[in-house]
Write a protein that binds this ligand. Structure first.
Ligand SMILES: Nc1ncnc2c1ncn2[C@@H]1O[C@H](COP(=O)(O)OP(=O)(O)O)[C@@H](O)[C@H]1O
Ligand SMILES: [Mg+2]
Length: 568
C-alpha cells in the first residue's frame, strides 16, 4: 500500500515533468528558419532534405562531440525521448524505493524496540514482592517458561541492585550477564528504561533494561536481548518485492512512454517526412495527413498550405509557359508567313518588271507586224485575196491580237484590275481554244480529242484569263509530245468543282521537276518559263487549284479545278 502511494505520487511528478519537457522539446524542434526554408522553392526543387540536414549542424560542433554523445546523436527522436524518460524513471523510482526501504527499516527497528521495552516492563511487573524477587528457583523457572514462548528473546536476566553494585539473580544464560554500561545502570536505578542495539554472532539485536520496582524502591532490573533476525528476514522479503515492483513499473511505464511517443511524435513526423519525400520525388499535391491540434498539427497545416501555394504557383507557371509557347509559335508562324509572302511578292515584282520589259520589247515589232499586215491586206490585188488567203490573214490577225493581249495580260498580272467576273461556260471555252490550236496540233502530226461533259455547271470568273490557262496547257502538251502522239482535253464535275483536264502522251515530267514547273522562269526547253506560273496564278485567283500527274515517258495530265458558281 505504501509502495503504491509513493508510486502514484512519483508517476504524477514524472508526467508533469515529461509534459513540460516534451513541450519544450517540440517547440525546440520547430525552429523558425527551418519553417522559413520550407516555404522557399529552392528547398523543394533543389537540395534533398538529407543534404539540408547535413548542413544544419556545423562540422566544428560535430568534431567536439564527446564519445558517449555520438551514438545518442544518431538516435531518432522517439528513441531519445524513451531513453531519457526511462533514465529519469529509473533514477526517481529507485531513489524513492531506496528511501522507502530505509524508512521502513527504521520503523521496524523502532517498533521492535518498543515491543522489547514493553516486554521487559511486563516481565518486571510480574515480580510482586521481595520474596518472589529473592526466590532464585522461581525466577529461573519463570525465565524458562518465557523463553519457551518468545523465540525472538535470546537472553533474559533478572538483576539485583545493592550498595556493592549489580548482581545476577536469575538468568537464561549463565556465562555472562547482558552488557550495560555504568551510565545505563544509573539511569535504570533512577527508574528509567534503557535500550541499545548490538551486532554480534547472533546478528542484530536490541538489548533493553527495565527497572523492578518493589515498595517504591528500584531493587533490580530485567535485562533482555531481542533478536532482529526474524524481522530483518521479513524486511528483506519486502525489500525484494519493492525492487521487483519498481523494476516492473519502470518497464511498464517505459513501454507506455514508447507507445505515447510513437503516437504523439513519431507518427506525425513520419507522415510529414512521407509527404516531403512524395513531393521530393516529383509528385505534387499529396498533403500531410496530420489532424492533431498540437505543434505537429500546426506544422502540417503550414506545410500543406505551403504545398498548395507551391502547386498554385506551379500551375500558374505552367499556364504562363504554355501561353508564352503558344505566343512564340504564333509569332514564328507569322514571321514564316511574312517571309513567304515577301519572297512571293518579290518574285511577283521581279516577274512584273521583266514582263514590262518583254512587253515593251515585243510590243514595238508586234505593232509593226500588225501595221504591215493591214498594209498587205490593202495592197494585195483583189484576185489574190482568195477566201483561203482571207481566212489565213484573219488567223494571223487573231493571233497577233492574242499575242498583244497576252502581253497586256502579263502586264496585268502585276497591276491587275480585272473588273467584274462573269459566268463562264467552261465547255465553250475549251471547244473554242481546241479549235484555235487544232491546226498547229495537226501540223505537228498529233491527234486532238476534246471531250466535254454535257450540262456542265458554269463557273464565275474571267474568260480571257481562263482561255490563257487552257492555251498554256495545250501549248505545253504539244511541245512535250512527239509526232504520232495524242492530246486530249476534257471537262467534268468533281466534288463541287468543274474539272478541266489536259493530257498528253508525251515525255512526262520527272517527280523532281514536278515541284519546280510552277516556279517562274523554269523551263526545260528554252521557253520563257512563265506559262505555268501565270496559269497557276490565274487559277488561284479563281479560288481553284492545279494538279499534275505524270508518268515519265508515258505522258502527263494537268487538271484545273474551279469551284462551281463561285465569285472569283
Ligand atoms: N505537258 C507537259 N509535259 C512535259 N513537260 C511539261 C509539260 N508542261 C510543262 N512541262 C514542263 O514545265 C516547264 C515549264 O513550263 P512553262 O511554265 O509553260 O514554261 P515553258 O513552256 O516556257 O518552258 C516546261 O519547260 C516543261 O519542262
Ligand atoms: Mg509553256
Amino acid at each position: 500500500m505504501t509502495w503504491r502511494l509513493h508510486h502514484q505520487q512519483r508517476s504524477g511528478q514524472r508526467d508533469a515533468s515529461t509534459k513540460s519537457g516534451g513541450n519544450g522539446e517540440v517547440v525546440h524542434h520547430l525552429p523558425a528558419p527551418r519553417a522559413a526554408r520550407c516555404g522557399g522553392i529552392v528547398w523543394w526543387w533543389g537540395d534533398s532534405p538529407h543534404r539540408d540536414r547535413g548542413r544544419e549542424a556545423p562540422s566544428v560542433e560535430r568534431r567536439h562531440l564527446s564519445w558517449y554523445m555520438k551514438p545518442v546523436k544518431r538516435l531518432g527522436v522517439r528513441a531519445k525521448l524513451v531513453l531519457l524518460s526511462l533514465l529519469i524513471l529509473i533514477v526517481v523510482s529507485f531513489s524513492f524505493t531506496w528511501l522507502q526501504i530505509r524508512l521502513s527499516r527504521a520503523w521496524f527497528e523502532e517498533d521492535l524496540r518498543t515491543r522489547a521495552v514493553i516486554f521487559a516492563r511486563e516481565v518486571a511487573a510480574t515480580i510482586g514482592d521481595r520474596n518472589e524477587f529473592e526466590n532464585r528457583d522461581l525466577l529461573q523457572h519463570k525465565i524458562r517458561q518465557i523463553m519457551a514462548v518468545r523465540r525472538s528473546v535470546l537472553q533474559l536476566d533478572v538483576l539485583g541492585f545493592d550498595a556493592a553494585g549489580t548482581h545476577i539473580v536469575a538468568s537464561s544464560y549463565d556465562a555472562r550477564r547482558l552488557p550495560f554500561n555504568r551510565r545505563e545502570g544509573e539511569l535504570v536505578r533512577r527508574g528509567k528504561v534503557v535500550s541499545h542495539m548490538v551486532t554480534d554472532q547472533d546478528g542484530r539485536s536490541w538489548e533493553v533494561m527495565a527497572p523492578i520496582n518493589l515498595e517504591g524502591d528500584v531493587v533490580g532490573a530485567i535485562a533482555a536481548k531481542f533478536s532482529l533476525v526474524q524481522a530483518s528476514e521479513r524486511e528483506a522479503g519486502l525489500r525484494r518485492w519493492d525492487l521487483a515492483l519498481t523494476a516492473i513499473s519502470v518497464l511498464l511505464m517505459g513501454s507506455l512512454m514508447g507507445l505515447a511517443v510513437q503516437l504523439v511524435v513519431n507518427r506525425p513526423i513520419r507522415r510529414l517526412v512521407d509527404a516531403i519525400r512524395h513531393v521530393d520525388a516529383g509528385h505534387p499535391g499529396a498533403p500531410a495527413r496530420v489532424d492533431s491540434q498540437d505543434e505537429f498539427g500546426v506544422l502540417a497545416r503550414h506545410f500543406n498550405e505551403m504545398l498548395a501555394r507551391l502547386e498554385d504557383f506551379n500551375s500558374e507557371l505552367q499556364t504562363k509557359v504554355k501561353e508564352a509557347t503558344y505566343e512564340l509559335e504564333r509569332r514564328y508562324h507569322e514571321v514564316q508567313r511574312m517571309q513567304r509572302s515577301l519572297s512571293h511578292a518579290e518574285r511577283l515584282a521581279l516577274a512584273g518588271r521583266i514582263m514590262a520589259e518583254v512587253a515593251h520589247e515585243v510590243g514595238t515589232p508586234l505593232h509593226s507586224v500588225a501595221g504591215h499586215l493591214e498594209l498587205l491586206r490593202q495592197d494585195l490585188p483583189a484576185p489574190a485575196l482568195t477566201d483561203d488567203v482571207r481566212r489565213r490573214l484573219g488567223v494571223i490577225d487573231t493571233q497577233l491580237q492574242r499575242v498583244t493581249q497576252i502581253i497586256a495580260q502579263l502586264l496585268d498580272l502585276t497591276r491587275r484590275t480585272p473588273g467584274e467576273p462573269e459566268n463562264v461556260d467552261v465547255n465553250r471555252l475549251v471547244t473554242e481554244m481546241a479549235e484555235v490550236v487544232r491546226p498547229g496540233i495537226v501540223a505537228a502530226g498529233l491527234v486532238l480529242d476534246a471531250a466535254t461533259q454535257p450540262a456542265l455547271p458554269s463557273i464565275e470568273g474571267y474568260p480571257n484569263q481562263l482561255q490563257q490557262v487552257v492555251l498554256n496547257l495545250l501549248t505545253n502538251a504539244v511541245d512535250a509530245t512527239p509526232a504520232g502522239g495524242r492530246i486530249a482535253v476534257a471537262t467534268r464535275t468533281r466534288n463541287g468543282h468543274v474539272e478541266l483536264a489536259v493530257s498528253d502522251t508525251g515525255r512526262g515530267i520527272a517527280s523532281a521537276e514536278q515541284a519546280q514547273i510552277f516556279e517562274p522562269f523554269f523551263s526545260t526547253k528554252g521557253g520563257s518559263g512563265l506559262g505555268l506560273f501565270i496559269s497557276a496564278q490565274i487559277v488561284r485567283e479563281h479560288h481553284g487549284r492545279i494538279e499534275v500527274t505524270s508518268q515519265p515517258g508515258q505522258g502527263s495530265t494537268f487538271r484545273v479545278l474551279l469551284p462551281v458558281g463561285e465569285h472569283a
